[in-house]
Design a protein around this ligand. Structure first.
Ligand code: FES
Length: 576
Protein backbone atom coordinates (compact mmCIF):
# COMPACT_ATOMS: atom_id res chain seq x y z
CA UNK A 1 0.00 0.00 0.00
CA UNK A 2 1.17 3.63 -0.55
CA UNK A 3 2.95 5.13 2.46
CA UNK A 4 0.71 8.16 2.50
CA UNK A 5 -2.81 6.93 3.12
CA UNK A 6 -4.27 10.28 2.01
CA UNK A 7 -2.80 10.02 -1.50
CA UNK A 8 -3.42 8.04 -4.67
CA UNK A 9 -6.05 5.39 -4.42
CA UNK A 10 -6.71 6.20 -0.77
CA UNK A 11 -7.82 9.78 -1.22
CA UNK A 12 -11.37 10.51 -0.15
CA UNK A 13 -12.47 7.09 0.99
CA UNK A 14 -16.04 5.92 0.68
CA UNK A 15 -17.73 5.93 4.08
CA UNK A 16 -18.44 2.44 5.39
CA UNK A 17 -17.77 3.19 9.05
CA UNK A 18 -14.42 1.36 9.09
CA UNK A 19 -11.51 3.16 7.40
CA UNK A 20 -9.30 0.10 7.01
CA UNK A 21 -12.20 -1.81 5.46
CA UNK A 22 -12.85 1.12 3.09
CA UNK A 23 -9.24 0.97 1.92
CA UNK A 24 -9.35 -2.80 1.58
CA UNK A 25 -12.59 -2.76 -0.38
CA UNK A 26 -11.48 0.01 -2.75
CA UNK A 27 -8.22 -1.78 -3.46
CA UNK A 28 -10.01 -5.04 -4.04
CA UNK A 29 -12.43 -3.48 -6.52
CA UNK A 30 -9.62 -1.59 -8.26
CA UNK A 31 -7.79 -4.90 -8.68
CA UNK A 32 -10.86 -6.27 -10.42
CA UNK A 33 -9.93 -3.96 -13.32
CA UNK A 34 -6.69 -5.88 -13.74
CA UNK A 35 -4.28 -3.48 -12.06
CA UNK A 36 -1.38 -5.03 -10.17
CA UNK A 37 -0.86 -4.06 -6.55
CA UNK A 38 2.33 -2.28 -7.58
CA UNK A 39 0.49 -0.04 -10.05
CA UNK A 40 -2.14 0.83 -7.50
CA UNK A 41 0.58 2.13 -5.19
CA UNK A 42 1.48 4.87 -7.67
CA UNK A 43 0.15 8.44 -7.61
CA UNK A 44 -3.01 8.66 -9.72
CA UNK A 45 -3.58 11.16 -12.52
CA UNK A 46 -7.20 11.44 -13.58
CA UNK A 47 -7.87 12.21 -17.23
CA UNK A 48 -11.17 14.05 -17.76
CA UNK A 49 -12.39 12.81 -21.13
CA UNK A 50 -14.99 14.97 -22.83
CA UNK A 51 -15.19 12.86 -25.97
CA UNK A 52 -18.68 12.10 -27.28
CA UNK A 53 -20.43 10.90 -30.39
CA UNK A 54 -22.25 14.23 -30.24
CA UNK A 55 -19.04 16.22 -30.43
CA UNK A 56 -17.35 16.24 -33.83
CA UNK A 57 -14.57 18.49 -32.53
CA UNK A 58 -13.46 15.78 -30.08
CA UNK A 59 -13.53 12.79 -32.41
CA UNK A 60 -9.77 12.24 -32.11
CA UNK A 61 -9.82 12.10 -28.33
CA UNK A 62 -9.19 8.34 -28.02
CA UNK A 63 -5.80 8.76 -29.73
CA UNK A 64 -5.03 11.92 -27.77
CA UNK A 65 -5.84 10.30 -24.46
CA UNK A 66 -3.60 7.31 -25.24
CA UNK A 67 -0.75 9.79 -25.59
CA UNK A 68 -1.59 11.46 -22.28
CA UNK A 69 -1.58 8.04 -20.61
CA UNK A 70 1.80 7.25 -22.11
CA UNK A 71 3.21 10.44 -20.60
CA UNK A 72 1.69 9.75 -17.18
CA UNK A 73 3.04 6.18 -17.12
CA UNK A 74 6.48 7.28 -18.26
CA UNK A 75 6.61 9.73 -15.36
CA UNK A 76 5.77 7.02 -12.86
CA UNK A 77 2.09 7.56 -12.09
CA UNK A 78 -1.07 5.65 -12.92
CA UNK A 79 -3.41 7.30 -15.48
CA UNK A 80 -7.14 6.70 -15.02
CA UNK A 81 -9.64 8.19 -17.44
CA UNK A 82 -13.12 9.22 -16.48
CA UNK A 83 -15.94 10.61 -18.63
CA UNK A 84 -17.62 13.93 -18.12
CA UNK A 85 -20.35 15.77 -19.92
CA UNK A 86 -19.33 16.84 -23.42
CA UNK A 87 -20.66 19.98 -25.07
CA UNK A 88 -20.65 19.76 -28.87
CA UNK A 89 -21.55 23.28 -29.93
CA UNK A 90 -24.02 22.63 -32.78
CA UNK A 91 -25.70 19.65 -31.14
CA UNK A 92 -27.23 21.22 -28.04
CA UNK A 93 -30.64 22.77 -27.52
CA UNK A 94 -31.35 25.52 -26.73
CA UNK A 95 -27.65 26.45 -26.57
CA UNK A 96 -24.46 24.94 -25.17
CA UNK A 97 -24.15 27.97 -22.90
CA UNK A 98 -26.93 26.61 -20.75
CA UNK A 99 -24.83 23.53 -19.97
CA UNK A 100 -21.39 25.07 -19.40
CA UNK A 101 -22.07 25.48 -15.69
CA UNK A 102 -23.48 21.95 -15.49
CA UNK A 103 -20.30 20.57 -17.05
CA UNK A 104 -18.21 22.65 -14.66
CA UNK A 105 -20.09 21.13 -11.73
CA UNK A 106 -19.56 17.65 -13.17
CA UNK A 107 -15.81 18.25 -13.50
CA UNK A 108 -15.48 19.86 -10.07
CA UNK A 109 -17.37 17.17 -8.23
CA UNK A 110 -15.77 14.20 -10.02
CA UNK A 111 -12.23 15.59 -9.60
CA UNK A 112 -12.90 16.10 -5.92
CA UNK A 113 -14.88 12.91 -5.26
CA UNK A 114 -12.62 10.44 -7.06
CA UNK A 115 -9.16 9.43 -5.87
CA UNK A 116 -6.72 11.39 -8.03
CA UNK A 117 -3.64 13.43 -7.15
CA UNK A 118 -3.89 15.58 -10.24
CA UNK A 119 -5.99 15.84 -13.37
CA UNK A 120 -5.49 16.35 -17.09
CA UNK A 121 -8.48 18.19 -18.55
CA UNK A 122 -8.99 17.19 -22.17
CA UNK A 123 -11.36 19.56 -23.93
CA UNK A 124 -11.66 21.72 -26.99
CA UNK A 125 -15.08 22.73 -28.28
CA UNK A 126 -16.18 26.20 -27.16
CA UNK A 127 -17.69 25.65 -23.70
CA UNK A 128 -15.69 22.58 -22.70
CA UNK A 129 -12.43 24.34 -21.84
CA UNK A 130 -14.01 27.05 -19.64
CA UNK A 131 -16.23 24.43 -18.01
CA UNK A 132 -13.24 22.21 -17.24
CA UNK A 133 -11.14 25.07 -15.88
CA UNK A 134 -14.01 26.48 -13.81
CA UNK A 135 -14.53 23.03 -12.31
CA UNK A 136 -10.82 22.44 -11.71
CA UNK A 137 -10.35 25.87 -10.13
CA UNK A 138 -13.15 25.12 -7.69
CA UNK A 139 -11.94 21.57 -7.02
CA UNK A 140 -8.48 22.83 -6.05
CA UNK A 141 -6.49 19.76 -7.21
CA UNK A 142 -3.35 20.11 -9.37
CA UNK A 143 -4.64 20.40 -12.93
CA UNK A 144 -3.40 20.95 -16.46
CA UNK A 145 -5.37 21.68 -19.61
CA UNK A 146 -4.94 19.92 -22.92
CA UNK A 147 -6.99 21.03 -25.91
CA UNK A 148 -7.91 19.06 -29.00
CA UNK A 149 -6.48 21.69 -31.34
CA UNK A 150 -7.99 23.31 -34.41
CA UNK A 151 -9.26 21.64 -37.59
CA UNK A 152 -7.41 21.91 -40.88
CA UNK A 153 -9.01 23.96 -43.63
CA UNK A 154 -10.92 22.47 -46.57
CA UNK A 155 -11.10 23.61 -50.22
CA UNK A 156 -13.91 24.54 -52.57
CA UNK A 157 -13.11 25.49 -56.16
CA UNK A 158 -9.62 26.58 -55.13
CA UNK A 159 -10.77 28.61 -52.14
CA UNK A 160 -9.70 27.69 -48.60
CA UNK A 161 -12.60 27.14 -46.24
CA UNK A 162 -12.66 26.98 -42.46
CA UNK A 163 -15.52 26.57 -40.04
CA UNK A 164 -17.18 28.61 -39.15
CA UNK A 165 -16.47 32.11 -40.41
CA UNK A 166 -16.72 30.78 -43.96
CA UNK A 167 -19.98 28.97 -43.07
CA UNK A 168 -21.49 32.35 -42.17
CA UNK A 169 -20.00 34.18 -45.15
CA UNK A 170 -21.24 31.65 -47.67
CA UNK A 171 -24.64 31.39 -46.00
CA UNK A 172 -24.90 35.15 -46.15
CA UNK A 173 -23.95 35.03 -49.86
CA UNK A 174 -26.57 32.32 -50.40
CA UNK A 175 -29.20 34.48 -48.70
CA UNK A 176 -28.11 37.37 -50.89
CA UNK A 177 -28.60 35.22 -54.03
CA UNK A 178 -24.89 34.92 -54.90
CA UNK A 179 -24.77 31.11 -54.53
CA UNK A 180 -27.05 28.38 -55.86
CA UNK A 181 -28.59 25.57 -53.78
CA UNK A 182 -26.13 23.12 -55.39
CA UNK A 183 -23.14 25.29 -54.55
CA UNK A 184 -24.13 25.83 -50.92
CA UNK A 185 -24.65 22.07 -50.55
CA UNK A 186 -21.23 21.33 -52.01
CA UNK A 187 -19.62 23.89 -49.69
CA UNK A 188 -21.36 22.24 -46.72
CA UNK A 189 -19.16 19.17 -47.15
CA UNK A 190 -15.91 21.17 -47.22
CA UNK A 191 -16.31 23.50 -44.24
CA UNK A 192 -15.35 21.09 -41.45
CA UNK A 193 -13.19 18.32 -42.86
CA UNK A 194 -11.03 17.01 -40.00
CA UNK A 195 -11.23 16.40 -36.26
CA UNK A 196 -10.60 19.44 -34.11
CA UNK A 197 -12.16 22.74 -33.22
CA UNK A 198 -13.22 25.52 -35.58
CA UNK A 199 -10.38 26.58 -37.87
CA UNK A 200 -10.52 30.31 -37.12
CA UNK A 201 -10.03 32.48 -34.05
CA UNK A 202 -13.46 31.51 -32.75
CA UNK A 203 -14.34 30.80 -29.15
CA UNK A 204 -12.59 27.43 -28.96
CA UNK A 205 -9.28 28.84 -30.25
CA UNK A 206 -9.70 31.90 -28.06
CA UNK A 207 -10.21 29.75 -24.97
CA UNK A 208 -7.21 27.60 -25.86
CA UNK A 209 -5.06 30.76 -26.08
CA UNK A 210 -6.52 32.07 -22.81
CA UNK A 211 -5.71 28.77 -21.07
CA UNK A 212 -2.11 29.03 -22.31
CA UNK A 213 -1.85 32.70 -21.35
CA UNK A 214 -3.14 31.92 -17.85
CA UNK A 215 -0.32 29.40 -17.48
CA UNK A 216 -2.66 26.40 -17.28
CA UNK A 217 -1.43 24.71 -20.47
CA UNK A 218 1.97 23.86 -21.92
CA UNK A 219 3.55 26.72 -23.92
CA UNK A 220 2.76 26.78 -27.65
CA UNK A 221 0.23 23.98 -27.29
CA UNK A 222 -2.92 26.09 -27.85
CA UNK A 223 -2.55 26.27 -31.59
CA UNK A 224 -1.20 22.86 -32.69
CA UNK A 225 -3.62 21.46 -35.29
CA UNK A 226 -5.72 18.52 -34.10
CA UNK A 227 -4.29 16.11 -36.66
CA UNK A 228 -0.62 17.15 -36.36
CA UNK A 229 1.76 14.67 -34.71
CA UNK A 230 2.89 17.52 -32.47
CA UNK A 231 -0.59 17.41 -30.92
CA UNK A 232 0.09 13.84 -29.74
CA UNK A 233 3.54 14.83 -28.48
CA UNK A 234 1.96 17.72 -26.57
CA UNK A 235 -0.54 15.25 -25.08
CA UNK A 236 2.30 12.99 -23.92
CA UNK A 237 4.17 15.96 -22.45
CA UNK A 238 0.98 17.11 -20.72
CA UNK A 239 0.64 13.70 -19.06
CA UNK A 240 4.23 13.89 -17.81
CA UNK A 241 3.70 17.42 -16.55
CA UNK A 242 0.55 16.43 -14.66
CA UNK A 243 2.64 14.00 -12.61
CA UNK A 244 5.11 16.75 -11.76
CA UNK A 245 2.27 19.10 -10.78
CA UNK A 246 0.82 16.42 -8.50
CA UNK A 247 4.23 15.80 -6.90
CA UNK A 248 4.65 19.53 -6.26
CA UNK A 249 1.04 19.88 -5.10
CA UNK A 250 0.87 22.92 -7.38
CA UNK A 251 -2.81 23.88 -7.48
CA UNK A 252 -4.52 26.25 -9.96
CA UNK A 253 -4.88 29.05 -7.39
CA UNK A 254 -1.06 29.30 -7.30
CA UNK A 255 -0.98 29.79 -11.07
CA UNK A 256 -4.13 31.79 -11.80
CA UNK A 257 -3.85 35.14 -10.07
CA UNK A 258 -5.02 38.70 -10.77
CA UNK A 259 -1.84 39.19 -12.76
CA UNK A 260 -2.24 36.08 -14.91
CA UNK A 261 -5.89 36.96 -15.54
CA UNK A 262 -4.72 40.36 -16.75
CA UNK A 263 -2.20 38.59 -19.02
CA UNK A 264 -5.07 36.53 -20.40
CA UNK A 265 -7.10 39.69 -21.04
CA UNK A 266 -4.16 41.22 -22.91
CA UNK A 267 -3.89 38.08 -25.01
CA UNK A 268 -7.66 38.05 -25.66
CA UNK A 269 -7.32 41.57 -27.04
CA UNK A 270 -4.10 40.98 -28.99
CA UNK A 271 -5.40 37.88 -30.78
CA UNK A 272 -8.70 39.60 -31.70
CA UNK A 273 -10.42 36.87 -29.68
CA UNK A 274 -14.05 35.96 -29.33
CA UNK A 275 -16.48 38.05 -27.31
CA UNK A 276 -17.38 34.81 -25.53
CA UNK A 277 -13.80 34.72 -24.24
CA UNK A 278 -14.59 37.59 -21.89
CA UNK A 279 -17.66 35.88 -20.45
CA UNK A 280 -15.77 32.63 -19.89
CA UNK A 281 -12.65 34.27 -18.47
CA UNK A 282 -14.85 36.27 -16.10
CA UNK A 283 -16.54 33.07 -14.93
CA UNK A 284 -13.22 31.22 -14.57
CA UNK A 285 -11.52 34.02 -12.65
CA UNK A 286 -14.61 34.42 -10.49
CA UNK A 287 -14.17 30.86 -9.22
CA UNK A 288 -10.90 32.01 -7.65
CA UNK A 289 -12.28 35.25 -6.27
CA UNK A 290 -10.86 37.42 -9.06
CA UNK A 291 -13.18 40.02 -10.53
CA UNK A 292 -12.83 41.53 -14.04
CA UNK A 293 -14.23 44.99 -14.53
CA UNK A 294 -15.33 46.19 -17.99
CA UNK A 295 -13.59 49.48 -17.25
CA UNK A 296 -10.32 47.57 -16.81
CA UNK A 297 -10.93 45.78 -20.11
CA UNK A 298 -11.29 49.14 -21.86
CA UNK A 299 -8.16 50.49 -20.19
CA UNK A 300 -6.19 47.45 -21.39
CA UNK A 301 -7.74 47.70 -24.87
CA UNK A 302 -6.42 51.27 -25.19
CA UNK A 303 -2.85 50.01 -25.05
CA UNK A 304 -3.11 46.52 -26.57
CA UNK A 305 -2.93 46.24 -30.36
CA UNK A 306 -4.54 43.42 -32.35
CA UNK A 307 -1.59 41.50 -33.78
CA UNK A 308 -3.02 38.29 -35.19
CA UNK A 309 -4.30 38.37 -38.75
CA UNK A 310 -6.83 35.56 -38.48
CA UNK A 311 -10.46 35.16 -39.44
CA UNK A 312 -12.98 36.42 -38.46
CA UNK A 313 -11.08 39.72 -37.94
CA UNK A 314 -8.39 39.04 -40.57
CA UNK A 315 -7.61 36.62 -43.37
CA UNK A 316 -5.76 33.51 -42.12
CA UNK A 317 -6.57 30.30 -40.21
CA UNK A 318 -5.42 28.61 -37.01
CA UNK A 319 -3.06 26.19 -38.80
CA UNK A 320 -1.30 29.27 -40.25
CA UNK A 321 -1.12 30.86 -36.80
CA UNK A 322 0.59 27.77 -35.41
CA UNK A 323 3.08 27.61 -38.28
CA UNK A 324 3.71 31.34 -37.81
CA UNK A 325 4.94 30.85 -34.25
CA UNK A 326 1.72 30.41 -32.28
CA UNK A 327 0.83 32.24 -29.12
CA UNK A 328 4.40 32.71 -27.80
CA UNK A 329 5.14 34.85 -30.87
CA UNK A 330 2.23 37.13 -29.96
CA UNK A 331 3.12 37.27 -26.29
CA UNK A 332 6.70 38.18 -27.15
CA UNK A 333 5.43 41.15 -29.15
CA UNK A 334 3.52 42.45 -26.12
CA UNK A 335 6.04 41.26 -23.55
CA UNK A 336 6.37 44.72 -22.00
CA UNK A 337 2.61 44.69 -21.31
CA UNK A 338 2.57 41.32 -19.55
CA UNK A 339 3.27 40.26 -15.98
CA UNK A 340 6.27 38.05 -16.67
CA UNK A 341 6.65 36.77 -13.13
CA UNK A 342 3.46 34.68 -13.33
CA UNK A 343 3.99 30.98 -12.72
CA UNK A 344 2.95 28.41 -15.34
CA UNK A 345 2.24 24.67 -15.19
CA UNK A 346 5.83 24.03 -16.27
CA UNK A 347 7.08 25.45 -12.97
CA UNK A 348 8.78 28.27 -14.88
CA UNK A 349 7.53 31.82 -15.09
CA UNK A 350 5.90 33.21 -18.20
CA UNK A 351 8.97 35.37 -18.76
CA UNK A 352 11.30 32.36 -18.62
CA UNK A 353 9.09 30.47 -21.05
CA UNK A 354 8.99 33.37 -23.51
CA UNK A 355 12.77 33.81 -23.28
CA UNK A 356 13.15 30.15 -24.17
CA UNK A 357 10.83 30.23 -27.19
CA UNK A 358 12.08 30.52 -30.76
CA UNK A 359 12.64 34.07 -32.04
CA UNK A 360 11.38 33.47 -35.60
CA UNK A 361 7.77 34.26 -36.48
CA UNK A 362 5.86 34.90 -39.70
CA UNK A 363 5.14 38.62 -39.78
CA UNK A 364 2.26 38.23 -42.24
CA UNK A 365 0.24 36.38 -39.65
CA UNK A 366 1.63 37.57 -36.32
CA UNK A 367 2.25 41.25 -36.84
CA UNK A 368 4.97 43.29 -35.25
CA UNK A 369 4.00 45.99 -32.76
CA UNK A 370 4.93 48.63 -35.33
CA UNK A 371 2.55 47.13 -37.91
CA UNK A 372 -0.57 45.92 -36.05
CA UNK A 373 -3.81 44.67 -37.61
CA UNK A 374 -5.56 47.25 -35.41
CA UNK A 375 -3.94 49.89 -33.21
CA UNK A 376 -6.21 49.12 -30.27
CA UNK A 377 -7.65 45.97 -28.73
CA UNK A 378 -10.39 44.10 -30.47
CA UNK A 379 -13.05 44.25 -27.75
CA UNK A 380 -14.67 47.24 -26.13
CA UNK A 381 -17.14 47.46 -23.27
CA UNK A 382 -19.94 49.95 -23.84
CA UNK A 383 -22.10 51.73 -21.29
CA UNK A 384 -24.94 54.22 -21.60
CA UNK A 385 -28.66 54.46 -21.04
CA UNK A 386 -29.30 51.20 -22.94
CA UNK A 387 -26.62 49.24 -21.07
CA UNK A 388 -26.28 50.49 -17.49
CA UNK A 389 -24.24 47.42 -16.49
CA UNK A 390 -22.40 47.16 -19.78
CA UNK A 391 -22.42 45.68 -23.27
CA UNK A 392 -19.66 44.49 -25.57
CA UNK A 393 -18.63 45.10 -29.17
CA UNK A 394 -15.89 43.35 -31.09
CA UNK A 395 -14.44 46.35 -32.90
CA UNK A 396 -11.90 44.20 -34.72
CA UNK A 397 -14.68 42.34 -36.56
CA UNK A 398 -16.98 45.34 -37.10
CA UNK A 399 -17.34 47.92 -39.89
CA UNK A 400 -15.60 51.12 -38.76
CA UNK A 401 -18.03 53.19 -40.81
CA UNK A 402 -20.74 52.21 -38.34
CA UNK A 403 -18.75 53.01 -35.19
CA UNK A 404 -20.54 56.37 -34.83
CA UNK A 405 -24.11 55.68 -35.86
CA UNK A 406 -27.62 56.79 -35.03
CA UNK A 407 -30.63 54.96 -36.42
CA UNK A 408 -34.24 53.90 -36.03
CA UNK A 409 -34.89 50.84 -33.88
CA UNK A 410 -36.43 47.79 -35.52
CA UNK A 411 -37.35 45.58 -32.59
CA UNK A 412 -37.66 41.81 -32.40
CA UNK A 413 -39.20 40.94 -29.08
CA UNK A 414 -38.04 37.33 -28.88
CA UNK A 415 -36.03 34.79 -30.87
CA UNK A 416 -39.29 33.39 -32.25
CA UNK A 417 -40.46 36.85 -33.29
CA UNK A 418 -37.17 37.39 -35.13
CA UNK A 419 -37.40 34.03 -36.91
CA UNK A 420 -40.97 34.81 -37.99
CA UNK A 421 -40.57 38.37 -39.26
CA UNK A 422 -36.92 38.94 -40.22
CA UNK A 423 -37.33 37.90 -43.84
CA UNK A 424 -40.86 39.16 -44.33
CA UNK A 425 -41.17 41.44 -47.36
CA UNK A 426 -43.47 43.59 -45.18
CA UNK A 427 -40.78 44.29 -42.56
CA UNK A 428 -40.27 48.05 -42.32
CA UNK A 429 -36.48 48.15 -42.33
CA UNK A 430 -33.74 50.25 -43.94
CA UNK A 431 -29.99 49.78 -44.13
CA UNK A 432 -29.34 52.58 -41.63
CA UNK A 433 -31.72 51.15 -39.00
CA UNK A 434 -30.57 49.47 -35.78
CA UNK A 435 -31.79 45.89 -35.44
CA UNK A 436 -32.76 45.07 -31.84
CA UNK A 437 -33.16 41.57 -30.43
CA UNK A 438 -34.22 41.12 -26.81
CA UNK A 439 -35.33 38.46 -24.37
CA UNK A 440 -32.33 36.42 -25.46
CA UNK A 441 -30.26 37.03 -22.32
CA UNK A 442 -28.98 34.51 -19.75
CA UNK A 443 -32.18 34.36 -17.70
CA UNK A 444 -34.68 34.49 -20.57
CA UNK A 445 -33.09 32.15 -23.11
CA UNK A 446 -29.73 30.93 -21.75
CA UNK A 447 -28.04 33.55 -23.95
CA UNK A 448 -27.76 31.79 -27.32
CA UNK A 449 -25.41 32.94 -30.09
CA UNK A 450 -28.23 34.80 -31.81
CA UNK A 451 -26.79 38.28 -31.46
CA UNK A 452 -25.40 37.98 -34.99
CA UNK A 453 -28.83 38.94 -36.33
CA UNK A 454 -28.95 38.06 -40.03
CA UNK A 455 -29.38 40.97 -42.41
CA UNK A 456 -33.10 40.96 -43.38
CA UNK A 457 -33.27 39.24 -46.74
CA UNK A 458 -34.88 42.21 -48.50
CA UNK A 459 -31.77 44.23 -47.61
CA UNK A 460 -29.35 41.33 -48.20
CA UNK A 461 -30.69 41.03 -51.74
CA UNK A 462 -29.90 44.74 -52.22
CA UNK A 463 -26.28 44.04 -51.24
CA UNK A 464 -26.41 45.18 -47.59
CA UNK A 465 -23.84 43.09 -45.66
CA UNK A 466 -23.60 44.86 -42.29
CA UNK A 467 -25.85 46.90 -40.00
CA UNK A 468 -25.73 47.91 -36.34
CA UNK A 469 -27.31 45.08 -34.41
CA UNK A 470 -27.83 45.06 -30.64
CA UNK A 471 -29.06 42.42 -28.20
CA UNK A 472 -28.77 40.80 -24.80
CA UNK A 473 -27.61 37.60 -26.55
CA UNK A 474 -24.09 36.37 -27.42
CA UNK A 475 -22.43 35.88 -30.79
CA UNK A 476 -20.34 33.04 -32.08
CA UNK A 477 -16.63 33.72 -31.96
CA UNK A 478 -16.53 32.96 -35.66
CA UNK A 479 -19.03 35.70 -36.54
CA UNK A 480 -18.34 39.28 -37.57
CA UNK A 481 -20.19 42.54 -38.09
CA UNK A 482 -21.14 45.66 -36.14
CA UNK A 483 -22.82 43.72 -33.40
CA UNK A 484 -23.35 44.91 -29.82
CA UNK A 485 -23.83 42.01 -27.42
CA UNK A 486 -24.30 41.05 -23.77
CA UNK A 487 -26.46 44.10 -22.97
CA UNK A 488 -26.98 44.09 -19.21
CA UNK A 489 -29.30 43.97 -17.41
CA UNK A 490 -31.08 41.78 -19.92
CA UNK A 491 -34.58 42.69 -21.10
CA UNK A 492 -36.37 39.97 -19.16
CA UNK A 493 -35.04 41.50 -15.92
CA UNK A 494 -36.51 44.86 -16.88
CA UNK A 495 -33.29 46.33 -18.30
CA UNK A 496 -33.72 49.39 -20.57
CA UNK A 497 -33.54 47.10 -23.62
CA UNK A 498 -37.08 45.98 -22.67
CA UNK A 499 -38.34 49.56 -23.12
CA UNK A 500 -37.24 50.09 -26.74
CA UNK A 501 -40.04 50.46 -29.30
CA UNK A 502 -39.99 50.40 -33.09
CA UNK A 503 -38.95 53.77 -34.43
CA UNK A 504 -37.04 54.95 -31.31
CA UNK A 505 -33.66 56.47 -32.05
CA UNK A 506 -30.60 54.54 -30.85
CA UNK A 507 -27.06 55.92 -30.87
CA UNK A 508 -23.88 53.86 -30.90
CA UNK A 509 -20.63 55.70 -30.22
CA UNK A 510 -17.51 53.58 -30.09
CA UNK A 511 -15.35 56.64 -29.43
CA UNK A 512 -17.45 57.58 -26.37
CA UNK A 513 -17.89 53.89 -25.40
CA UNK A 514 -21.68 54.40 -25.27
CA UNK A 515 -24.94 52.87 -26.39
CA UNK A 516 -27.94 55.14 -25.79
CA UNK A 517 -31.67 55.09 -26.24
CA UNK A 518 -32.72 58.60 -27.25
CA UNK A 519 -36.10 58.66 -25.53
CA UNK A 520 -36.97 61.09 -22.75
CA UNK A 521 -37.14 59.88 -19.17
CA UNK A 522 -40.89 60.54 -18.69
CA UNK A 523 -41.74 58.31 -21.63
CA UNK A 524 -39.37 55.61 -20.37
CA UNK A 525 -40.99 55.77 -16.91
CA UNK A 526 -44.41 55.23 -18.54
CA UNK A 527 -43.08 52.22 -20.44
CA UNK A 528 -41.32 50.87 -17.35
CA UNK A 529 -44.61 50.87 -15.45
CA UNK A 530 -46.09 48.60 -18.13
CA UNK A 531 -43.15 46.15 -18.15
CA UNK A 532 -43.91 42.44 -17.93
CA UNK A 533 -41.12 39.88 -18.04
CA UNK A 534 -41.19 37.46 -20.95
CA UNK A 535 -38.99 34.88 -19.20
CA UNK A 536 -40.46 31.40 -18.92
CA UNK A 537 -40.66 29.93 -15.44
CA UNK A 538 -39.43 26.32 -15.53
CA UNK A 539 -40.87 24.27 -12.67
CA UNK A 540 -38.24 21.55 -12.26
CA UNK A 541 -34.86 20.11 -13.05
CA UNK A 542 -31.68 21.71 -14.31
CA UNK A 543 -33.61 24.34 -16.26
CA UNK A 544 -35.16 25.52 -12.99
CA UNK A 545 -31.78 25.59 -11.26
CA UNK A 546 -30.20 27.41 -14.18
CA UNK A 547 -32.81 30.14 -14.38
CA UNK A 548 -32.91 30.67 -10.64
CA UNK A 549 -29.16 31.06 -10.21
CA UNK A 550 -27.56 32.26 -13.46
CA UNK A 551 -25.86 35.65 -13.24
CA UNK A 552 -25.61 38.35 -15.89
CA UNK A 553 -22.83 38.61 -18.50
CA UNK A 554 -20.66 40.92 -16.38
CA UNK A 555 -20.39 38.06 -13.87
CA UNK A 556 -19.61 35.49 -16.54
CA UNK A 557 -23.09 33.90 -16.47
CA UNK A 558 -21.86 31.65 -13.67
CA UNK A 559 -24.21 30.45 -10.95
CA UNK A 560 -24.40 32.69 -7.90
CA UNK A 561 -23.66 29.74 -5.60
CA UNK A 562 -20.50 28.73 -7.50
CA UNK A 563 -18.83 32.09 -7.98
CA UNK A 564 -16.43 33.06 -5.25
CA UNK A 565 -16.38 36.79 -6.04
CA UNK A 566 -18.86 38.85 -4.10
CA UNK A 567 -21.89 39.51 -6.31
CA UNK A 568 -24.84 41.58 -5.29
CA UNK A 569 -27.35 39.02 -6.52
CA UNK A 570 -30.22 41.10 -5.15
CA UNK A 571 -29.70 43.44 -8.07
CA UNK A 572 -30.43 40.53 -10.41
CA UNK A 573 -33.43 39.26 -8.48
CA UNK A 574 -36.20 41.28 -10.02
CA UNK A 575 -37.77 38.39 -11.87
CA UNK A 576 -36.96 35.08 -10.25
FE1 FES B 1 -16.64 22.86 -31.78
FE2 FES B 1 -16.64 25.19 -33.35
S1 FES B 1 -18.13 23.55 -33.24
S2 FES B 1 -15.24 24.51 -31.85
Amino acid sequence: MPDDKQQGLYRGLTHYGDIEFSRYLRRSFARSMGYSGEELNRPIIGIADSGSGFNNCHRHFPELIESVKRGVLAAGALPITFPTISLGEPFLHPTSMMFRNLMSMDVEEMVRAQPMDGVVLVGGCDKTVPAQLMGAFSAGRPAIQLVGGPMMTGRYEGERLGACTDCRRHWSNFRGGDLSVTQIEEIEGQLATTAGTCAVMGTASTMACIAEALGMMLPKSATIPAVHADRLRAAEATGRQAVWLAQQKLTPDQIVTEKSVENALRVLLAIGGSTNGLIHLTAMAGRLGIDISPQRLNALAETTPVLVNLKPSGTHYMEDFHAAGGLPAVMKQIKDLLHLDCLTVTGKTLGEELDGSRPWFDKNIVRERSDPVHEKGGLLALFGSLAPNGALIKCAAADERLFEHEGRAVVFDTLEDMAERLDSPDLDVRADDVLVLRNAGPRAAAMPESGYIPIPSKLALQGVRDMVRISDARMSGTAYGTVVLHISPEASLGGPLALVRDGDRIRLSVSAQRLDLLVDEDELARRRAQFESKAQKPSRGYEWLYQKHVLQAEHGCDFDFLRRCGVDTDSEETEK
